[in-house]
Design a protein. Structure first.
Length: 714
């Protein structure tokens, strides 16, 4: 279905135009009740809905109630550990009145599922959940209609419960969904504005549920791209260039020529070795001698920030209000600071992996990707194949965080499979993963702010280099404000891309650090200062909840201990995070003692899933705040493993408490990313309170802390 067709039939009175391929697919599925739905520019919730939803007609699905009573949901979304296999099924079960264990989620298969642009931005729950519920409601109404005919009872005297249509006053009048769909093929679209259940009616939404695929994962039965085994499959290992931007000059295959079963393939800059044994493939690849040209070095991890400021150009003014000159003139104090944040790797435990094989002129790929349909499109372009001849079969992903939006490993595996005439599996090594990761971009934030002695912020000038605008909207009610974005195409030495709440971690760190500096300048407590300025009701109540949960007013950090606060909003969710740390004054080492995170994310569908997502965000956030730093010499990435790129360990993870503002009557908002955005700011502010060291660059390392302590004493 294309957008025009969807627009034509949405809530319309005409039959759904179904493409030939989709019609064939429905024929193959056999009997059942099918509901086909696509999100369009309508308010599915009575509450205000994010404008972004109106721009996305690509969130679509099939819902099928089989003649055995099981429910199948076909969606282009994927589950990479964020738990939507469970939470979406909960919402579907709620509105369809079936048991959770009767639902099968079929996700991301490009042959079976409707198109979806990809899974990112914490958009699944915000935008897809109401679509799914609307389809469930339509199915339920259709089942009541069918039951009315079969039972000879008026529709208004029937209701649904536990996979059956029953009489409202006589529960002996009863027929199962399975009986109603048996031997029938019914295809319907959503033709009425849905009336969702009220929170008081919820039986499954709002109940904590463990992930439905958790048992598969903990028992090792879950299948990932690297678990695919095909007859005659070859393993690929690649001889990589020393840096980004290199060009292949020559290849010496002499040392591998005598190795039995080794096949060397060179395609443009791709130099690969294939073998039936992965270890032999790796040994042979290491024996290849390739000569490469290297690009000029323009910056390193030490000089990148001045380079970004020198090269960056203003692209747009994101937010502007009031009069900056008058605002600064009205201020009693003006503070300026520049904040830096280096490149960060996604560092997912599963490296980019793909298995590819050809069946005649048809290509089948299993790939660790957040965008199976995007991967299919890229494969078609790279291999110059008709897109309908390519199938991307979605399986579980061992972490994505935005890094698996790109699927270069799938391109490489497919090219090698075509050249070799055999199935090929390619799993990037950890070194390749670091080399070719699309890093979170380094960024510079310049802030000049004016504040009154009374505690009111009256002016805010914010220049943001390479971090973007996500989460930058003012919620402090600053009357005179200008936020401008600076960037330039090709400014980075290697690929960059989305990294769990893209840019919001960086800009929130800068903003919340500067907010604390203003509070300190006028001698005001950081909590009171924020409450005096916050102009957004949801943010205010979230901060109040965090402070109460932390017991902030009674907290007495003590010697070398400090408490830091940071606020932010992402994916429709408001976050307040409070962290307590201890700083060793001799070594500068930081120990995080505890973290409290409060979120207003509207309706919480699965409290257990939401909690573990927040805990995962905070754990990952401690890494970017304290340890993670990509060292490089322009295109040459120096860090290649976890011995030089440290992430949070179990031993360094603090106790985390997550609480949610109960707003079950509101639309659900994103939960996979918001909690991570405040970690850096809260840690930096806590370190300042504990040690007096105002570190303005992440990560907040012992070396930077000691340097700031030294500067403050000189």
């Amino acid at each position: 279905m294309n957008a025009e067709e969807i627009n034509e039939i949405y809530f319309g009175d005409v039959d759904l135009p179904i493409s030939p391929s989709r019609r064939d697919f429905i024929k193959k599925l056999g009997a059942g009740l099918f509901i086909i739905f696509a999100l369009q520019p309508v308010k599915l919730f009575a509450e205000e809905q994010d404008e972004e939803a109106n721009k996305r007609p690509d969130f679509n699905l099939f819902l099928r109630i089989r003649e055995d009573g099981r429910v199948e949901c076909y969606t282009g979304k994927i589950d990479m550990g964020q738990g939507i296999t469970t939470s979406l099924a909960q919402a579907l079960a709620e509105e369809l009145e079936v048991e959770l264990n009767s639902i099968d989620m079929i996700m991301g298969d490009t042959d079976l599922c409707p198109y979806d642009a990809g899974t990112w931005g914490s958009m699944t729950t915000r935008f897809f959940d109401p679509v799914l519920r609307a389809a469930a409601i339509e199915a339920r109404m259709e089942l009541i209609k069918l039951a009315s005919v079969e039972l000879k009872v008026p529709e208004d005297q029937l209701k649904t419960e536990n996979g059956h249509v029953v009489g409202k006053t006589d529960n002996k009048i009863k027929v199962s969904y399975a009986s109603l769909t048996k031997g029938k093929k019914i295809v319907k679209t959503v033709r009425r504005a849905p009336v969702f259940k009220k929170p008081a009616e919820f039986q499954q939404v709002g109940k904590p549920v463990h992930a439905t695929n958790a048992l598969l994962k903990v028992t090792g039965k879950a299948k990932y791209a690297g678990d695919i085994q095909l007859p005659g499959m070859l393993y690929a290992a690649v001889s990589r260039p020393p840096a980004h931007g290199c060009k292949l000059l020559s290849v010496d295959k002499g040392k591998v020529a005598a190795m039995a079963g080794v096949k060397v393939i060179v395609i443009d800059n791709l130099v690969a070795v294939l073998h039936s044994n992965p270890n032999m493939a790796a040994i042979a690849a290491a024996a290849i001698r390739a000569e490469w040209s290297k690009p000029e070095v323009l910056a390193t991890d030490k000089t990148i920030f001045s380079y970004l400021v020198a090269e960056g150009k203003e692209t747009r003014v994101f937010e502007e209000k009031g009069n900056m000159d008058l605002g600064f003139a009205d201020a009693d104090f003006v503070l300026e600071a520049e904040y830096h944040d280096g490149y960060k790797a996604h560092a997912a435990i599963e490296t980019h992996t793909a298995t590819a094989c050809f069946e005649g002129d048809r290509l089948i790929v299993w790939a660790s990707t957040q965008s199976p349909f995007g991967t299919r499109k890229d494969l078609a372009a790279r291999l110059k194949m008709p897109i309908e001849n390519i199938l991307v079969k979605q399986i579980l992903i061992g972490g994505g965080f935005g890094g698996k939006v790109y699927s270069e490993q799938a391109m490489e595996a497919a090219l090698l499979a075509k050249e070799a005439g055999a199935p090929v599996q390619l799993a990037w090594t950890r070194g390749e993963e670091f080399m070719y990761d699309q890093f979170r971009p380094a960024a510079v934030m310049q802030i000049k702010a004016g504040v009154k002695k009374s505690g009111k912020i009256v002016a805010w000038k914010y220049n943001i280099y390479c971090a973007g605008s996500r989460g930058v909207n003012d919620f402090y009610g600053i009357p005179n404000l200008r936020s401008a974005l600076y960037d330039k195409k090709g400014i980075h030495p290697f690929g960059t891309g989305p990294w769990r709440a893209p840019g919001n971690n960086t800009t929130t760190f800068a903003r919340e650090s500067h907010i604390d500096m203003l509070a300190d300048k006028i001698g005001m407590d950081p909590l009171s200062f924020r409450l005096a300025n916050v102009s957004n009701t949801k943010m205010e109540r979230t901060l109040t909840l965090a402070a109460k949960t932390f017991n902030y007013t009674s907290a007495k950090p003590g010697k070398n201990r400090g408490v830091g606060i940071a606020l932010g909003n992402d994916a429709g969710t408001f976050v307040a995070l409070i962290a307590e740390v201890e700083v060793n004054p001799t070594t500068g080492a930081v120990k995080v003692l505890r973290v409290v995170c409060a979120q207003d994310m509207g309706q919480v569908i699965n409290p257990h899933g939401a909690r573990v997502q927040a805990e995962g965000c905070i754990t990952m956030g401690l890494g970017y705040a304290l340890y993670e730093d990509v060292t490089f010499n322009w295109g040459e990435v120096v860090v290649r493993n976890f011995d030089t790129y440290e992430i949070t360990r179990f031993s360094t993870t603090a106790p985390i408490e997550t609480v949610f503002y109960d707003d079950m009557s509101a639309p659900p908002q994103g939960g996979g990313e918001p909690a991570i955005i405040c970690v850096g700011g809260a840690i930096a502010n806590a370190v300042f309170q504990a040690s007096g060291a105002r570190v303005t660059q992440m990560p907040v390392t012992p070396e930077r802390i000691l340097e700031k302590i030294k500067q403050s004493k000189s």
